[in-house]
Design a protein around this ligand. Structure first.
Ligand code: PRP
Length: 187
């Protein structure tokens, strides 16, 4: 846990995020272009980190969409490693729908694996995953990422939805949180 002065180094600048999100949107528009007029792609974000990507990505989609959210928790009293609890369920029915799960980051993979399993169990017609970041080195369970923004190293990243202690989510870029040590106290 950082104790000294926190410093954020830019890892992925805003322009690069915008360019890549544009490419992902083009791919998604292309892949779902055959949808019937009375259907919609159900875009499900996992709160809170995915909100920034949801907004920027969905504004670029030209296919009909619906929006909903899950919220999960992967730590808390009595929970074991890899356990993921649902804190907020989706409001809409997923039965028979084409669903796009949207994440800011896939780290160990436990969150996404749990939510993907739930969506399938509830009868989604198809489920695909879009994640802005993929911290592949940290993966503990296999999850297929259909639309992946960037693969990143095992760094503590913040910004564009990602937080440290609930701060930094609103940075318009992805940054690495670095800590300068406290100066030695005068003797
Ligand atoms: C983060 C992130 C993913 C999850 C990835 O959410 O947004 O949902 O962790 O981790 P995993 O692959 O190891 O499961 P977090 O639980 O920190 O909540 P937040 O989005 O509200 O910050």
């Amino acid at each position: 846990m950082p104790m000294g002065k926190e410093n954020v180094r830019v890892l992925i600048p805003q322009e690069e995020l915008e360019r890549r999100i544009g490419e992902l949107a083009d791919e998604i528009n292309r892949d779902y272009s055959g949808m019937e007029a009375n259907e919609a792609l159900l875009c499900v974000g996992v709160l809170k980190g995915s909100v920034f990507l949801m907004v920027d990505l969905l504004k670029r989609l030209t296919i009909p969409v619906q929006v909903d959210f899950y919220q999960t928790s992967s730590y808390g009293s009595g929970m074991t490693a890899g356990e993921v609890r649902l804190r907020k369920d989706v409001d809409l029915s997923v039965r028979g729908k084409d669903v796009l799960l949207i994440e800011d980051i896939v780290d160990t993979g436990h969150t996404v694996r749990t939510v993907l399993g739930l969506l399938r169990f509830r009868g989604a017609r198809s489920v695909r995953l879009c994640s802005l970041l993929d911290k592949v080195e940290r993966r503990e369970v296999e999850v297929p990422i259909d639309y992946r923004g960037f693969e990143i190293e095992n760094l503590f990243v913040v910004g564009y939805g990602l937080d440290f202690d609930e701060r930094y989510r609103n940075l318009p870029f992805i940054g690495v949180l670095e800590t300068e040590p406290d100066p030695p106290s005068p003797s």
